[in-house]
Design a protein around this ligand. Structure first.
Ligand SMILES: *Cc1c(COP(=O)(O)O)cnc(C)c1O
Length: 341
């Protein structure tokens, strides 16, 4: 085997079980944007569905179509990208749940739905300014949504937002803003039954942020937060392990992985890989090859682990170059074969 990403679906299942225990009665939405954080959306979703997951966060319509195809009509699929009229029609035919973050999209969804009662989750901007209805126009938009609901075009099933999860104080403020929006929505006649606010970190750490649904990506894939608790503390393990093969042995060892495979060249000199003979420093990273310190028994064809279980984790590497684990995991190029174990 040459350079490849091992994706351990058993570990995915174990992480999901651990998160569900932790969030207790709250339903889990597995976030599968960016090809399931580069682990391969179809395999990930199929296994999660077999484990009983019934909500998937797909971000865009094309990914949602792949999820629908993989799991059939017994799962709810949430999309939250702003979309064109054409995409809305496709989304309706796929029976998706729409995250709606502005008044114009609300009109577009309702117009396309006619009397189909599109399921809408209205998004309040609680301070992140990444799309979302601003608090000052919330009441007006919520009232308009209620009119559209009365007309049979949509059903406002949920209210949601996204928070920074960087500081508790900021998150608390965002939550107050969220609760206010929910009260206002109810005051204009909406009756949303699914409130959702938290991603991995807040779902894990802060019960009051869980509401009805927790949108979890990173922790399900075993990616811990940079500068935060360890995998052991979170009861999760890395699902993806990146392997490279030795292509030449000399004064140093040449590996068949480079920046084109997704290894950031800034890691050179800063990280150690796991070999059969223990840790070795990665000294240089080229486009398609990289080099590590040699060891006596190194052989061409032998594999070394760049990150994953029993090695550095994606977040360990990320911390060396002051970024986050997702950044490392998401970089793994589509040219790197995924191997499901
Ligand atoms: C990516 C994303 C999530 C998941 O975040 P994690 O930190 O990976 O759990 C949840 N909600 C939204 C809107 C997202 O974009």
């Amino acid at each position: 085997m040459t350079t490849h990403l091992d994706v351990d679906l058993g570990t995915l299942a174990a992480n999901i079980a651990s998160i569900r225990r932790r969030i207790d009665g709250t339903e889990l939405m597995l976030v599968v944007k960016d090809d399931a954080y580069a682990h391969g959306i179809v395999s990930v979703v199929s296994r999660a569905f077999a484990e009983g997951v019934r909500w998937f966060g797909a971000f865009d319509i094309a990914s949602a179509a792949r999820v629908r195809h993989a799991v059939g009509d017994r799962a709810r699929i949430f999309v939250w990208i702003a979309v064109t009229r054409e995409e809305i029609e496709e989304a309706l035919s796929l029976d998706l749940d729409f995250g709606v973050g502005d008044a114009a999209m609300l009109e577009d969804v309702a117009a396309a739905a006619l009397d189909q009662r599109a399921r809408v989750h209205l998004k309040i901007d609680t301070g992140l300014h990444r799309n979302g209805i601003r608090p000052e126009s919330w009441r007006r938009t919520a009232a308009r949504a209620h009119d559209l609901e009365m007309a049979g075009a949509i059903e406002v099933v949920g209210i949601w937002s996204h928070i920074a999860e960087a500081s508790d104080d900021e998150d608390d403020e965002a939550r107050e803003c969220f609760d206010r929006a929910v009260r206002e929505a109810r005051a204009v006649g909406l009756n949303p039954s699914i409130l959702h606010l938290a991603a991995s970190a807040a779902s894990w750490e802060r019960p009051e942020f869980r509401y009805d649904l927790a949108r979890v990506g990173a922790y399900c894939y075993g990616i811990r937060p940079a500068g935060g608790p360890s995998e052991a503390e979170l009861s999760i393990s890395p699902v993806g392990s990146l392997w490279a093969d030795i292509t030449a042995v000399g004064a140093d060892v040449t590996l068949g992985i480079g920046s084109l495979h997704g290894l950031p060249s800034t890691l050179a000199g800063k990280c150690e890989i796991q070999t059969r003979d223990g840790w070795r420093r990665l000294t240089r990273i080229g486009d398609t090859e990289s080099w590590a310190e040699s060891w006596p028994s190194a052989r061409v064809g032998e594999e070394v682990k760049i990150y994953g279980t029993d090695a550095m984790s994606a977040t360990d590497l990320a911390e060396k170059i002051e970024t986050i684990g997702e950044e490392i995991a998401l970089r793994v190029s589509p040219i790197v074969p995924r191997r499901y174990v």
